[in-house]
Ligand binder design. Structure first.
Ligand code: PMP
Length: 422
């Protein structure tokens, strides 16, 4: 990217983990132009369009078996709201009126509209609005690295998954509708990869209690983690998949909610889904999404994300050896992150007044590298930097990213150590 003064930036965060196929892809622009010349709107209740039908079929082919019904929306928050309402209407239409609670994790981010915010575990964003929404139960995200547990040990996965079971029992199993989870954590937990056994065990628990498993793949979907869905890495088939970011890939607002016939049929038999946004299934958005998926497939970008992700993660681990302020490195595919700590042994975060994550972003930006940062650990402490280049990244791009990170870390370490002494 170049700014108005001609300064060049390497987009090391794909915008906000959106621009997976890079900017200005010619094939996508051509598909958009063609669709614009045909039609840019067809009201969902009047017409199905060729574009929405084709994209739905394409998506179904990329889903785990049995997830064959697609509902389009225009973004991630809309998709999360839609999934929650779909789950609830399934419960109502099958005589399970008592089920309405959606359990999610803390920290987590699932969107900014009130329904999506109610299932978001991130106090700085939720606190002002609490009186206006139904607070939903949260369980701790499986941050083995903070709790000193070995993520490779299946007992660790079971330890965190069993917290979900305990929460279900505390709530009353028949009041719980769904568990909403990101397969690999995004903005809130900074590329948190679940410990061994976690995903399989949450699937088992959901099955046992008749609870729907909703996978928020807004950030992880469309190849970001090296597989089409983040959840494809584990044996934990979702009941509902929520997608957005990488589907429109920065070319157009687009999202999708995908579920199976068994879930959707009872709703259709009892009057249909009482839900829908005006722009749902917009033909221009769907034609764009279809062109994006063609590019992902044609260029082999899931496999590239896996390979480049391995390289990037290894190199971030070397960076951690060089700079003691980096306390943890983690990720899967091209969803990677590192977290700052004042002390690796105690896991103490850097003091909040240092505003470390923003300072690092600014240092990188001044060196022509864009990265994404957040306060983590519930928003009150800890800083992480997400390094998530587009899935078209090659080794030269990774070299350039590492060069920018190294130069920024050198300055950052000097500045922070000076501030800590002061
Ligand atoms: N879920 C996840 C996992 C996300 O990362 C985001 C956006 N960062 C959302 C939902 C909300 O998406 P949007 O901003 O498109 O509404």
């Amino acid at each position: 990217m170049w700014d108005q003064d001609g300064r060049r930036y390497l987009d090391g965060s794909s915008g906000a983990m959106v621009c997976n196929i890079g900017h200005s892809n010619k094939n996508v622009l051509t598909a958009m132009r063609r669709q614009m010349e045909k039609s840019t709107f067809g009201y969902r209740l009047h017409f199905e369009t060729e574009a929405s039908e084709q994209l739905a079929s394409k998506l179904v082919g990329l889903m785990p078996d049995g997830l064959n019904r697609v509902f389009f929306v225009s973004g991630g928050s809309e998709a999360v709201e839609t999934a929650i309402k779909l789950a609830r209407q399934h419960a109502v239409s099958t005589g399970q009126n008592s089920r309405w609670k959606v359990i999610s994790r803390r920290p987590s981010y699932h969107g900014c509209s009130l329904g999506a915010l109610a299932v978001t575990g991130y106090d700085p964003l939720t606190a002002p609005f609490m009186p206006m929404m139904q607070d939903m139960p949260k369980v701790p995200a499986p941050r083995a690295y903070l709790d000193g547990l070995n993520p490779d040990d299946p007992a660790t996965g079971a330890h965190y998954a069993n917290m979900l079971e305990a929460q279900i029992q505390a709530e009353g199993p028949n009041s719980v509708l769904a568990f909403l989870v990101e397969p690999v954590g995004g903005a809130s937990t900074g590329a948190l990869v679940p410990p061994n056994g976690y995903m399989e065990r949450i699937r088992e628990i959901c099955d046992h209690y008749g609870i729907l498993l909703i996978m928020d793949e807004v950030m992880t979907g469309v190849g970001r983690t090296g597989a089409f869905l983040g959840s494809d890495h584990w044996d934990a088939r979702p009941d509902i998949v929520v997608m957005s970011k990488g589907l429109g890939a920065g070319y157009i607002p687009l999202g999708a909610v995908i579920a199976g016939d068994a879930l959707v049929a009872p709703i259709l038999e009892t009057g249909g889904f009482a839900h829908g946004f005006t722009y749902a299934g917009n033909p221009l958005a769907c034609a764009t999404g279809l062109a994006v998926l063609h590019e992902i497939e044609m260029q082999g970008l899931c496999a590239n994300a896996a390979a480049m992700g391995d390289t990037l993660l290894a190199r971030l681990k070397s960076l951690m050896q060089k700079y003691e302020l980096i306390g943890d490195v983690r990720g899967k595919g091209l969803l990677t992150a590192f977290e700052f700590m004042a002390d690796r042994d105690t896991k103490a975060p850097l003091p909040p007044h240092l505003n470390a994550h923003q300072r690092f972003v600014d240092l990188a930006y001044a060196r022509g590298l864009i990265v994404y940062s957040r306060r983590t650990r519930g928003g009150t402490e800890g800083d992480h930097i997400l390094v998530c280049p587009p899935l078209i990244a090659n080794t030269q791009h990774i070299d350039e990213i590492m060069h920018g990170l190294d130069a920024s870390m050198a300055q950052f370490s000097q500045d922070i150590h000076a501030d800590l002494k002061a």
